[in-house]
Design a protein around this ligand. Structure first.
Ligand SMILES: [Zn+2]
Length: 429
């Protein structure tokens, strides 16, 4: 039985490779962003065959009569990566997160939720984001289903690295739910009850083919949190399956606990103290800062119904974010770009997500450092740096082009993506 199955697999694999598109395409880049070296290089040509980059060389390496895509007037970059998304979740600015979650879990079918997610997913490609790390709030593995539908070509969208339901302590992040309705939480979170259950939860997730594990180190404003022992059990079991673990953390204490437990990354980390940042740098734990730009906050404030004078807190918020990001960089913490934008503020989800570039820029990061954190560094922390986030031999052909000057007009330029290729296929030309 097993032998026959193995033979069948070999047959299927050899079949599909013969159907793959194998045209040679040469992309001429006026400027090429080398994400590993974090520099812009003039006049390079990228040779793409099928879905793979064959080589990067000089213009004179193009053979005669070759198929050429001329991007000499553009800057060419690897497809961008958003390392913190919730493709299957959307709320209005006026809605309460918890009430909206319960509404969605009880009145939005999985089918409807997934179809809506599919539309959001596609919008990432339009803005040059060709990969996303999708971190829960996606029902029972609807993120995995969406990923598979994209990978098999049923729908168009970015590469999705899916976590499945978030592992969290009692109540998850859905606050205010009465005892008799706590079972609703199990439709959105995997509630952990002790060390053995923590191990079981990771196995369940592995069995559903997730790409990584997301935990809530704290559940603020729900006052429960995972213990260090539970988080350690999660990390050890996940690592035994080659899965990395990222931790949502608001309080400094929960981040400290998660880092002690051995997680690979901290998401948000709004209240990180210097001592925790130092520990993160030592243990090579990355940070995904998920704040928003001033522009975004102004739009959000209006939609949420705040009066102008009620928005003083935004200044404090911006200041806090800038200080934390600056301290993290000074301490040597690796920054990975992620948006966490799931509120409908007008425009598509992809457009909303690229606000992270503006936020980091306003907080003082240099354009090239921002791009590196959204390409090579992000890929490195997904263990995918040979495949995505880079333009080099044998990488997947995820390639975009922008018009303008990255170094002198960053925001305008990064918002003018005029060419998008994912997996060797041109989406926007
Ligand atoms: Zn999030």
């Amino acid at each position: 039985m097993y032998k026959l199955f193995a033979l069948l697999l070999v047959f299927i694999c050899s079949q599909s490779s013969t159907f793959a598109q194998q045209n040679d395409i040469y992309i001429k880049a006026g400027l090429l962003y080398d994400s590993e070296q974090n520099v812009l290089i003039k006049n390079r040509v990228i040779h793409v065959k099928g879905n793979t980059i064959q080589s990067v060389g000089a213009f004179n390496s193009i053979p005669e009569n070759a198929d050429i895509i001329d991007l000499t007037e553009y800057t060419v970059l690897p497809g961008l990566i958003d390392a913190h998304t919730h493709v299957l979740f959307s709320q209005d600015a006026t809605e309460d997160f918890s009430e909206h979650s319960i509404h969605s879990l009880t009145m939005e079918s999985d089918a409807l939720r997934t179809l809506r997610g599919a539309k959001r997913a596609k919008s990432y490609l339009d803005v040059g984001i060709t990969s996303v790390k999708d971190l829960g709030n996606s029902g029972l593995f609807l993120d995995v289903a969406l990923r598979d539908a994209i990978n098999e070509g049923t729908i168009e969208g970015p590469r999705i690295f899916a976590s499945g339901p978030i592992l969290a302590a009692t109540g998850g992040q859905i606050y205010g739910v009465s005892p008799k309705h706590q079972d609703l939480i199990d439709l959105e979170y995997r509630i952990i009850n002790g060390v053995e259950d923590a191990k079981l939860a990771v196995r369940e997730h592995k069995n559903q083919n997730v790409d990584l594990i997301k935990i809530c180190a704290d559940n603020i404003p729900n006052n429960t949190h995972l213990s260090i022992a539970e988080m350690k059990a999660i990390v050890e079991t996940a690592n035994s399956y080659d899965l990395s673990v990222v931790a949502h953390s608001i309080t400094n204490q929960s981040a400290w606990n998660a880092v002690q437990a051995g997680v690979n990354g901290i998401e948000h980390g709004f209240r990180l103290a210097d001592s925790t940042l130092t520990l993160m740098a030592e243990k090579k734990v990355f940070l995904v800062p998920t704040e928003n730009s001033r522009t975004y906050m102004n739009i959000y404030g209006k939609l949420a119904g705040y009066e102008e004078e009620d928005l003083d807190w935004v200044d404090n918020y911006m200041q806090m974010m800038k200080s934390r990001l600056t301290r993290a960089i000074q301490k040597g913490v690796t920054i990975v770009a992620g948006s966490d934008n799931y509120t409908a503020i007008g425009g598509t989800r992809g457009e909303s997500s690229r606000d992270m570039f503006r936020a980091y820029f306003e907080a003082g990061m240099s354009p090239l450092d921002i791009l590196q954190s959204a390409t090579y560094i992000s890929a490195l922390n997904l263990n995918m740096a040979n495949d995505i986030g880079v333009i080099k031999s044998n990488a997947k052909a995820d390639i975009i082009a922008v018009k303008g000057s990255i170094e002198t007009d960053f925001i305008n330029t990064v918002e003018h993506v005029e060419f998008v290729m994912k997996d060797g296929q041109v989406y926007t030309d």
